[in-house]
Design a protein around this ligand. Sequence first.
Ligand code: AP5
Length: 208
Amino acid sequence: MSSIVLFGPPGAGKGTQAERIMQHTGMPQVSTGDMLRAALKAGTSVGLEAKKYMDAGQLVPDEVIIALIEDRIEQPDAANGVMFDGFPRTIPQAEALAKITEVSHVISIEVPDEEIVDRITGRFSCANCGMVFHDKFNPLPVDGCPGGEFEEKRRADDNEHTVRSRLNTYHEQTSPLAQWYGERGILHSIDGNRAIDLVTVDIIDALN
Ligand code: AP5
């Protein structure tokens, strides 16, 4: 079994592309951000601990994240590989992942910082089906949410102040992973500053 990593700054389009690539590969999406938000909603100790880091735009400690992934990868639907979204985010996380499962492709979605704030502050999703939209760039279709009844949800960390902090964290702690994966010959850089459909086509090409 081998897995795929979707890599890039906050708001690069990892979640948006994961939804589409899932249809192409059949691999389940494993988003550590979604897992942490679910833990918080369920009121678990992991969720409550993670909240203070997420609200500050900082990374949740590696040991917490690695334990979540070790559990997730044991689920039956992960048997043929998964698509990681937002994991790994540090070299220790990547080293831990290498011991857990093989990674065949790391898709790096590249978007300049100046685009990110607009993308994140305009984001909303459907609380029922999880689909992600944007006020300007990816509006809700006129005939409603493709996933069914629509209920709008906006993330607590999608404000300008926290986004800038998330970007700093990305540049300091996560972006060095691009070189780390580049040295292993599995990094594919994709220009994410284009229409969503064009980005999807390039990612599918890279996977093929
Ligand atoms: P997480 O939930 O992973 O957030 P993130 O990495 O900051 O990424 P986002 O989900 O914000 O963005 P995305 O790339 O998925 O973009 P999207 O497709 O939605 O993490 C949140 C927090 O959890 C972290 O800050 C950290 O505290 C913690 N955490 C999570 N994982 C961790 C880990 N491994 N280690 C430690 N801590 C961890 O797109 C954004 C918007 O742009 C949408 O509205 C979309 O419609 C729009 N859009 C998408 N593509 C395009 C396009 N091509 N053109 C125009 N608009 C577009």
